[in-house]
Unconditional design. Structure first.
Length: 441
């Protein structure tokens, strides 16, 4: 199959397709972990930079909320992105474009951003915080550009730029908007969860500090809950038709319902001013995680649907390669084997007697009524057993026995000897002798 000059039959190899059922869920898990953590990191970094001068204590607390030490951002940020690069390299190993290089660049951008934020956390130097935040935003645009590109497999061979080309498509803009909305939801949820359930003692002592932080968390939750449905709908209208599916509409519809529940909870917590610790704060964070999971699953559904023909063609190509490999191994194996009626008898007793008998009908016809017509054309019988097709409407089609050519020839030799006919090998030897004798005369 050829798609705009792209031979999509070459995309997958048999070894990759063998692990495809495992690769896809792992991609989902790595992407989910990365999106959740990067969304929270970007949101808290933004608030920390905004309140750098106005509320320095809160600014320091926010930046350390999701980046308490270097191991956290390495485990939840860098490692998932590194794994994504390897996994997409495996899936698209035979493509003309090296998609995994985009993930390597994403890994580099993420590393630079976290280095700046680590400096900002230690020194509270505002320029480091700003550079870290801007790097994260560039990372998010690049990431959404890569996944927008994955919806158009016909474009892959023509992408040779250092960034996805074109980078700022309408798809990329909508996906980037959705990322910002998710960041708001996740940041609001993590503040309510970690800040008030596991937060510093200062939150208990400073009422104004506590209330100020709560208001921001509520606004982020409510704003993300109201804006994200708009982004989801706009994204649906702009997605290429070949990538749409019922599963996508169901997941996005469920996401909008969960967003409505999250928005309602944020309003309820806003009105509950007497509570020292926000009620349903933990539930709001869990809902934010659920929404991120649903949208990540939708992204995977989009990729799979958009590349369905590619996957099917790859499976066919893999099966073809596998059959060639089997034939090659059988040819090597056959060199060390000879046609043997004893082996044929053993195979007949193990494989054939369930459906055939010599003198009576079982599932298939009796051999004494079928074999005579093949005595002078035993090659035809061998070909039929290797690749059986329905011949007699009175009997069901014979299933493929899965035998090698040597095994089939051994069975045919046994059957011919059984009915008193001369086997193919002896007939060929006799033919050669006759031809040789005629040549000497």
């Amino acid at each position: 199959m050829n798609l705009n000059g792209l031979n999509i039959n070459e995309i997958f190899s048999p070894s990759i397709l063998r692990y495809f059922p495992v690769i896809s869920p792992v991609i989902f898990l790595m992407l989910l972990v990365n999106l959740v953590y990067m969304g929270m990191a970007a949101g808290t970094a933004f608030l920390s930079v905004i309140y750098h001068k106005r509320k320095p204590e809160m600014s320091k607390y926010l930046v350390s909320l999701v980046i308490p030490n270097n191991w956290v951002w390495i485990i939840f940020g860098m490692i998932p992105m590194f794994c994504l690069g390897l996994l997409y390299k495996m899936l698209l190993s035979a493509m003309q474009v090296s998609v995994h290089l985009f993930f390597i660049r994403l890994l580099g951008m993420m590393l630079i951003g976290f280095v700046f934020l680590a400096i900002y956390r230690r020194t509270h130097l505002v320029i480091a915080g700003v550079l870290g935040l801007l790097t994260f935003l560039g990372y998010a645009i690049h990431l959404t550009g890569v996944f927008s590109l994955l919806l158009y497999p016909e474009k892959w061979p023509f992408v040779q730029a250092l960034v996805p080309d074109p980078l700022m498509t309408v798809n990329t803009v909508f996906e980037f908007f959705n990322f910002l909305c998710l960041s708001a939801l996740l940041t609001g949820g993590i503040i309510l969860f970690l800040g008030f359930h596991w937060g510093e003692k200062k939150l208990d002592e400073d009422v104004a500090y506590r209330n100020f932080l709560k208001v921001h968390a509520y606004v982020l939750l409510l704003g993300g809950s109201l804006a994200l449905p708009v982004g989801i709908l706009l994204d649906l209208f702009n997605i290429p038709g070949h990538a749409l599916s019922i599963a996508l509409f169901v997941q996005d519809g469920f996401s909008i319902v969960v967003l409505g529940i999250t928005g309602y909870l944020s309003i309820y917590m806003m009105m509950d001013r007497e509570s020292k610790t926000p009620r349903f704060g933990l539930l709001s964070f869990i809902l934010a995680l659920v929404i991120t999971g649903l949208l990540t699953a939708s992204l995977r559904v989009l990729e799979t649907t958009a590349n369905l023909e590619t996957i099917r063609a790859g499976e066919m190509k893999a099966e073809k390669k596998m059959m060639k490999e089997i034939s090659r191994r059988e040819a090597i194996y056959s060199k060390s084997m000879k046609v043997d009626e004893k082996m044929g008898e053993q195979i007949f007793n193990e494989r054939c007697t369930a459906c055939h008998s010599f003198d009576k009908k079982v599932l298939g016809p009796p051999y004494n009524s079928v074999l005579p017509k093949y005595i002078d054309n035993q090659e035809r019988l061998i070909a039929y057993i290797l690749n059986p097709v329905k011949v007699d409407p009175q009997y069901p089609a014979m299933p493929s026995p899965g035998l090698s050519p040597i095994q089939v020839k051994s069975v045919v030799r046994f059957l011919m000897i059984k009915i008193g006919a001369k086997p193919l090998e002896e007939r060929e030897e006799q033919k050669e002798k006759n031809e040789g004798g005629g040549g000497r005369d």
